[in-house]
Design a protein around this ligand. Structure first.
Ligand code: PEP
Length: 248
């Protein structure tokens, strides 16, 4: 039985005041939430968010890491640094990192490895572009993205990986994949993992991301192979986010 996981990705949105409001707002409604809940804050606010969430069920995550441990990498943040703040989760390979910062499948696989080597749980993001879906290449794209990680870290490592399937055309667009579209791709992802190890495929959480909101969360998370959500826009509204958390 896989536990539902709902993770918020605040992206580059926050201020000291907003972090306070968001975390306190989420904490105030967590009592009857059964899902595991994570919020991924921008680096400067990790410490504040972590302090506010101490001794609660809310987990704080980061949005990226550099592959290097330390050194002359101006502007970058290492796995060790985020761990210093008690962070346990990190988003890796978000489509915005892939498209805006040129992260290849190889770089993403290396980041997954560095996260795992440092005891962090990667939220490993995959997903196809609109033209890739329209040309019938969704399965080929997600296979390529997943195989790059399996080749690097091995299937056993998926015991500590959360997969997030995020069709790029659904991210921040208000266009959500239909439950059937999402379920079909999630089932395909699980079958791909199962071709390596069926037990690991059954236990790997596969989250859906892409314009999930309180109105569509229940139906999406209710699908057999959808184990929760990675939420962008709606994670910035505590009430909406909590409603999604309660949909699981
Ligand atoms: C995301 O950025 O991971 C995401 C799913 O965004 P949104 O929910 O806004 O589509």
């Amino acid at each position: 039985m896989r536990q539902t996981i709902v993770a918020g990705n605040w992206k580059m949105n926050a201020s000291k005041e907003a972090v306070n409001t968001l975390v306190m707002g989420i904490l105030s409604g967590m009592a009857d939430v059964k899902s595991k809940v994570i919020v991924c804050a921008p680096f400067p606010y990790l410490s504040q968010a972590e302090a506010l969430a101490t001794h609660s069920q809310l987990h704080i995550g980061a949005q990226d890491i550099n592959v290097n441990a330390s050194g002359a990498f101006t502007g970058e943040v290492s796995a060790d640094m985020i761990k210093d703040f008690g962070v346990e989760h990190v988003i890796v390979g978000h489509s915005e990192r892939r498209s805006l910062y040129g992260e290849t499948d190889g770089v993403v696989a290396e980041k997954v490895q560095v996260a795992l080597d440092n005891g962090l749980t990667p939220l490993f993001c995959i997903g196809e572009l609109l033209e890739e879906r329209e040309s019938g290449n969704t399965e080929a794209v997600v296979s390529r993205q997943i195989n790059a990680v399996i080749d690097r870290v091995g299937i056993e490592a998926f015991k500590n990986i959360i997969v997030a399937y995020e069709p790029v055309w659904a991210i921040g667009t208000g266009v959500t994949a239909t439950p059937q579209q999402a379920q079909d791709t999630h089932a395909f992802i699980r079958s791909l993992l199962a071709s390596h190890d069926s037990d690991i495929a059954q236990s790997t959480p596969i989250l859906y991301g892409g314009s999930m909101n309180p109105a569509n969360a229940e139906e999406l998370i209710g699908c057999e192979d959808i184990d929760g959500g990675l939420i962008g826009g709606a994670s910035l509204k505590p009430d909406d986010f909590l409603r999604i958390c309660k949909a699981g």
